[in-house]
Design a protein around this ligand. Structure first.
Ligand SMILES: [Ca+2]
Ligand SMILES: [Ca+2]
Length: 169
């Protein structure tokens, strides 16, 4: 008798458990949706700002920094204590070509008179003109990538290189 009662109680408990699991599953299926929505909202807010911030791991990879006192053109700047920097992985139009001035203006706006952080290309420190090949970070932003994303520059990938500009677009 006692075992039958126990069985009934057990059956009831199993029933309650099943119901509980069912409720949890339903809640579980709803929760990720609401989380996604929150993430999307946050992401959209970020996108509406002028520049998406570079993630911390990228910011921490620079080898040196210095004051940018001159912008040569959209892909070349002069940095105090370092020298002439060629933004690696990208190419902006040369003087006289369409888009030259826009690219240069953008880089001046971003870099001129500021401290820039340089992630020098570990695979190839200099180009054939003796310019330092580097990714330039300013205000936590990868400027090389930003030039590509804004259409001021095109990819110019010359291996060997520490950086793959195709991952920036
Ligand atoms: Ca160029
Ligand atoms: Ca490096």
């Amino acid at each position: 008798m006692a075992s039958k009662k126990d069985n009934n109680i057990l059956a009831a408990l199993i029933g309650v458990c099943c119901l509980g699991i069912l409720i949890l599953v339903i809640i579980g299926s709803l929760l990720p949706d609401s989380t996604d929505t929150e993430e999307n909202i946050t992401f959209n807010v970020d996108e509406n700002e002028t520049t998406p911030p570079a993630n911390n791991s990228e910011q921490n990879t620079y080898e040196t920094s210095g004051y940018c006192y001159h912008v040569v053109d959209g892909d070349t700047i002069d940095v105090e204590g370092v020298g002439r920097i060629r933004l690696v992985g990208v190419n902006t139009p040369e003087r006289g070509q369409p888009g030259y001035q826009e690219a240069k203006d953008f880089v001046e706006e971003m870099c001129l008179g500021k401290t820039v952080y340089l992630d020098i290309d570990d695979a190839e420190n200099y180009d054939k003109y003796g310019r330092v090949l580097a990714v330039v970070y300013v205000d936590g932003m990868n400027l090389n990538r930003e030039l590509l994303r804004r259409g001021y520059a095109e990819i110019m990938y010359i291996p060997p290189s520490e950086f793959d500009p195709y991952t920036w677009i």
